[in-house]
Write a protein that binds this ligand. Structure first.
Ligand code: FMN
Length: 315
């Protein structure tokens, strides 16, 4: 069976990797892409808004679902729902740093209770046939780096892969992702695949991470925002094929395509809200992108947003 984790993977991004985002990503064929995380409890209860976050189409394959929660009893049923929805892999979130999530021991809160990680993973593995992975931060803080230990525990519990973000929970997004923690996981891994994550914004950085850490795959998060083509660029660079830089017009075209997908999938109000963040992603390298964002956040109609994007000049 093909291993989805040796690949260029697009991350779960709460509030961002929604259906239109993934429809854009699918055009450039990442090796695997994830939906936004869903909490185990509302998933098991069948809450419609939670289930809607798992909408996908066949072009988005291979596709992963990510569950977040710390209750071993819910883990198996939640993983099974992901499998029944036809997902190719299921991942456990052990990295989310938000207080609201960690306060019941979920997300990066799991890094304080490694036995629980083993139990939750084992229950997921027992419940499904699809590959199970987990996504961690290096540890809760610098004094408690647990990435290599979690790699061993997850491997023993039957996980196929571990995704390692080289920052601690305490760091949030301050300072760089420490790739040495990814390397430490590679060194203890026997069968389990190790996927490196953190600060991959260019094709060059993805190649460098593989070289420096020996990781099997790479997972890109913020670097996919406004750059749905980054997988294509990494593959081209790895194959030493020439890379044509995308100019302003190509980025504007992509933004318009993303907007159209958002309008098609969401309500008018939903698409308007979406554009407040999305328009900035695609044009972030232009000097007056902030101005566009400001105007887009006050727009009251889709026509107004179209007008703003069409009328936007690069400098
Ligand atoms: C807006 C946003 C939402 C995120 N949502 C999730 C999520 O749902 N699940 C998860 O495991 N990580 C989530 N992350 C973390 C990323 O997947 C990734 O681990 C982190 O951003 C570091 O990678 P990067 O440097 O490539 O951005 C999120 C990050 C951001 C910025």
């Amino acid at each position: 069976m093909k291993n989805f984790y040796d690949e260029i993977i697009y991350a779960p991004l709460a509030g961002c990797s929604d259906y239109p985002f993934r429809a854009m990503s699918a055009r450039y064929k990442p090796g695997l892409m994830f939906c936004e995380m869903v909490k185990m409890e509302p998933l098991v209860r069948g809450i419609p808004n939670t289930l809607r976050m798992l909408d996908y189409n066949e072009a988005m394959r291979p596709i992963g679902g990510q569950i977040c929660g710390s209750d071993p009893k819910l883990a198996g049923p939640a993983a099974r729902i992901i499998e029944e929805h036809g997902f190719d892999v299921v991942d456990l979130n052990c990295g989310c740093p938000v207080d609201k999530v960690t306060k019941d021991g979920s997300g990066s809160g799991m890094l304080k209770d490694l036995d629980r990680i083993g139990e939750v993973i084992a229950n997921m593995v027992a419940a499904v046939k699809i590959p199970v992975s987990l996504k961690i931060r290096a540890g809760w803080d610098e004094e408690n780096i647990v990435a290599a230990e979690v790699t061993r525990i997850a491997e023993k519990a039957g996980a196929t892969a571990i995704v390692v973000h080289g920052r601690t929970r305490k760091q949030a997004y301050k300072g760089p992702s420490n790739w040495d923690h990814i390397k430490a996981c590679v060194e203890v891994a026997q069968k389990i695949k190790v996927v490196g994550n953190g600060d991959l914004f260019t094709p060059e950085s993805a190649i460098a991470m593989r070289e420096q850490t020996g990781c099997d795959g790479v997972l890109i998060a913020r670097g996919t925002m406004g750059q749905p083509w980054i997988a294509e660029e990494i593959r081209a660079l790895a194959a030493k094929e020439p890379l044509a830089p995308r100019n302003f017009e190509a980025c504007r075209e992509a933004l318009l395509d993303h907007f159209a997908l958002s309008v098609e999938y969401k309500s008018k109000q939903g698409a308007l809200i979406d554009m407040r963040k999305v328009c900035c992603w695609y044009l972030k390298n232009t000097p007056n992108a902030r101005e566009l964002r400001k105007k887009a956040s006050h727009a009251t109609s889709l026509e107004e947003v179209y007008g703003l994007i069409h009328g936007f000049a690069s400098a």
